[in-house]
Write a protein that binds this ligand. Structure first.
Ligand code: GDP
Length: 301
């Protein structure tokens, strides 16, 4: 049985089983219908894990909203339709909690996805991604398929994008602390440290998605989350310990805190895999920091 992973060199894609066929944008441009068609005709996959997307931080999403919309809706439309046409048996398509309504009931549940407009800062990206859930639902109903979406929370881990401009909080803090330690400078954190996030280790996301492909019988989207809220301050404390950082931590409250919290309901994944042990944040951060130290020259920065 062959399994195709799109976005195969990305933060999640790179952690899947080595026997899976992993493709990246360097191999095939999935924005192009003809290249996507070529890919599926060549690989003829039985199963598809679709992680490929154009992703970026807040600033990038606001500046390039039309590109985020066009590229993501094209990639999704092509990959999902080619899966259907090529009779792919199981498709797991990646969404994220940041495409949910900006005003939403907590804890976030999958069925709230279309209950209101997304945050204005990323509406191009969010509406495009939401449409993949719609496309999958229509195919399941019309063609009796069993495709489904997975919705992870804040993913981190080895192979992340450690950019100091476009990164998410963990990779940015890792990169900044690495530099502060090296140059003996203050370590700057944005905001107050009070906001709460649910972090999930990239390897856990890969393992859970593989298990869903093998074992999940349903088609409803599944939130991949520990449902454990951690403050940014707690993340900083762990990093100080892991790096053995002895310099000064500076809280820059001129920088935004962003949304205070966005808790999710992980009851589905817990019900499906009651035995699954999520990687403890400290252990995941240790692995991430170790990877970054070793791979600094080649990391996406
Ligand atoms: P979000 O979860 O979509 O809001 O995005 P992030 O992963 O970028 O997390 C943002 C949270 O981390 C906010 O509360 C920020 O104030 C806080 N934060 C602290 N320092 C940093 C930093 O250096 N970079 C980023 N991106 N966020 C930071």
């Amino acid at each position: 049985m062959s399994t195709l992973v799109t976005g195969g060199t990305g933060l999640v894609g790179s952690h899947f089983n080595k026997d899976f066929i992993k493709v990246s944008s360097k191999d095939y441009d999935l924005i192009s219908n003809s290249q996507t068609t070529d890919l599926f005709e060549k690989v003829k996959p039985d199963r598809v894990i679709h992680t490929a997307a154009r992703v970026g931080g807040l600033g990038s999403n606001m500046t390039y909203k039309a590109d985020y919309f066009y590229e993501n809706i094209s990639i999704n439309t092509n990959v999902i339709e080619q899966s259907r046409k090529n009779n792919v048996k199981r498709l797991a398509c990646f969404l994220t909690t940041c495409i949910f309504p900006s005003v939403v009931k907590y804890p976030i549940r999958p069925e709230y996805l279309h209950d209101g407009p997304p945050h204005e800062s990323n509406f191009g990206y969010a509406y495009a991604k939401r449409m993949s859930e719609v496309q999958i639902r229509t195919i399941n109903e019309q063609y009796s398929k069993e495709y489904f979406c997975v919705i992870p929370t804040n993913i981190y881990g080895p192979g992340d994008n450690f950019s100091l401009q476009h990164g998410h909080v963990i990779p940015m803090l890792v990169h900044k602390m690495y530099l502060s330690k090296k140059h003996n400078t203050d370590f700057e954190v944005w905001g107050t440290g009070k906001p709460l996030r649910e972090f999930i280790f990239a390897k856990d996301v890969a393992v859970l998605t593989e298990r869903l492909l093998d074992e999940y019988k349903g088609t409803a989207p599944v939130i991949l989350s520990t449902s454990e809220e951690i403050s940014i301050k707690e993340v900083v404390d762990i990093l100080v310990d892991v790096f053995k950082f002895e310099g000064k931590v500076v809280w820059n409250t001129d920088k935004p805190d962003g949304q205070y919290k966005k808790p999710t309901d992980n009851s589905k994944v817990k019900e499906l895999f009651p035995d699954f042990k999520f990687t403890d944040l400290r252990k995941g951060l240790e692995e991430t920091v170790e990877w970054f130290n070793k791979n600094y020259a080649n990391a996406r920065t």
